[in-house]
Design a protein around this ligand. Structure first.
Ligand code: C5P
Length: 406
């Protein structure tokens, strides 16, 4: 899951390193947002080494990728440790004058605050009121603990220990229940590659991340998962039955062979629509072809439409539609046309472009049913989007099952 750890400017910032490390060791991807003041207490290189990611500070960095909202949208959890009295006040006022403030406002993820300050500041009426307001808005708190503070004084205000903060954060992540136990889910993921000659291919920019996240989420919910993997840029989760393929034709053969043993089929792979009519035996030489090389391509069969047409009663077939639409209306229109053509039970529509969709960690999708009606919309990390899609399928699987047993 994607966790944003915000670090603000208090002496307890040195303990935030343990928080970042705890989340990384628990297998999560951690993005650190440190305020300018935090970096006076703890070094950027340390945080980058421990988080294994670039540390973000400046609101005006990464503007092209709209980082001030992207980090928040992709987050499954935001933890701010330490949270100073100043940051509490800014959060209570909804201020967005720095990257952390923007990220919190742009996110729908749970936010966990670990306050750290002197006792007088914690007990000040302003802080008490800010804390009450934030609690009423759903912000969660851990601590502060009572104990030795930075000076000689002691009392309430000490930041909770890093392992307690990590445990409280992990408890806020998507709960995993075995609601897919007994279901067999067949997922295609990645991008197919169509060879031109022994060294070249026509491919696409799919990383396989969304399909792999679906496999991971389905496994964690008790399903048995078969993954038909075209080129993947991320490792397949341990525990799946993996079938490696290269071309659309190979993917088609595998999917058709495995269809009978699946309750749910998800076509998350980006399948090449066309393949070269002929594959050269040897490497195509530029001296032999001149300045212009013309490739003749033939259409690949539509595997999703084929699987949907061949499904047995009770089987669910789900497709994806990655579109380069300019607006939400256009995106939905393209999705609805595709849903009608493919005749799958559900179509997961998402927008792609030069910076959106492919190879990113976050995703925004609209799930349409076979008739083109919106079932759900989801934004977040690819793993949390996977869980949202599986929520729909778990529900549909249950009613399908019931119908067939009635
Ligand atoms: O038509 P389009 O490529 O946009 O459709 C996308 C959906 O159809 C995805 O689920 C993809 O896996 C599937 N597809 C397919 N066979 C193709 C092309 C796409 O199954 N030849």
């Amino acid at each position: 899951m994607n966790i944003v750890v915000g670090i603000t400017g208090g002496i307890a910032a040195y303990k935030a390193i343990g928080v970042v490390r705890g989340f990384v060791l628990a297998g999560h991807s951690v993005q650190v947002i440190a305020t300018e003041h935090a970096l006076r207490f703890v070094g950027k290189p340390t945080l980058e080494a421990i988080s294994r990611n670039t540390v973000h500070t400046d609101l005006y960095e990464g503007v092209a990728e709209v980082r001030h909202v992207a980090l928040g949208q992709a987050a499954d959890l935001i933890v701010i440790a330490p949270t100073t009295a100043n940051t509490l006040a800014k959060l209570a006022a909804g201020l967005a004058d720095d990257l952390l403030g923007n990220t919190v406002l742009a996110s729908t993820a749970p936010v966990l605050l670990a306050p750290a300050m002197h006792t007088e500041m914690w007990q000040n009426a302003a802080t008490v009121a800010n804390t009450a307001l934030l609690r009423s808005r759903g912000y969660r708190f851990i601590g502060p603990a009572v104990g030795q503070l930075t000076g000689t004084d002691s009392g309430p205000g000490r930041m909770s220990e890093p392992d307690e903060i990590v445990a409280a954060g992990l408890a806020l992540l998507v709960p995993t229940v075995a609601d897919l136990a007994g279901l067999r889910i067949l997922i295609s993921a990645g991008g197919t590659r169509e060879p031109l000659d022994p060294v070249r291919f026509l491919g696409n920019r799919s990383s396989g991340k969304q399909g792999v996240a679906l496999a991971e989420a389905a496994l964690s919910r008790g399903a048995s998962v078969t993954l038909v993997a075209a080129h993947l840029e991320v490792p397949a989760p341990a525990g799946v039955e993996r079938h490696a393929v290269e071309t659309a034709e190979q993917l088609r053969t595998e999917m058709n062979a495995l269809l009978g043993g699946a309750d749910i089929v998800i076509m998350a792979a980006a399948v090449a629509d066309y393949r070269p009519r002929e594959v050269a035996e040897g490497k195509i030489k530029k001296d032999a072809t001149g300045d212009v090389l013309t490739l003749e391509l033939v259409k690949n069969p539509d595997i999703l439409a084929e699987l949907a047409a061949n499904r047995a009663p009770g089987q669910l077939v789900v497709g994806f539609a990655a579109e380069t639409a300019r607006s939400r209306d256009e995106l939905l229109e393209l999705g609805r046309t595709k849903a009608a053509r493919k005749r799958a039970d559900y179509l997961v529509v998402n927008r792609v472009g030069w910076t959106e969709g492919f190879a990113t960690d976050g995703n925004t999708v609209v799930v349409l049913d076979g008739a083109g009606h919106i079932v759900i919309e989801a934004t977040g990390s690819k793993l949390s989007v996977a869980h949202s899609i599986l929520n729909v399928l778990a529900e549909a699987g249950r009613s399908n099952h019931q119908e067939h047993n009635d």
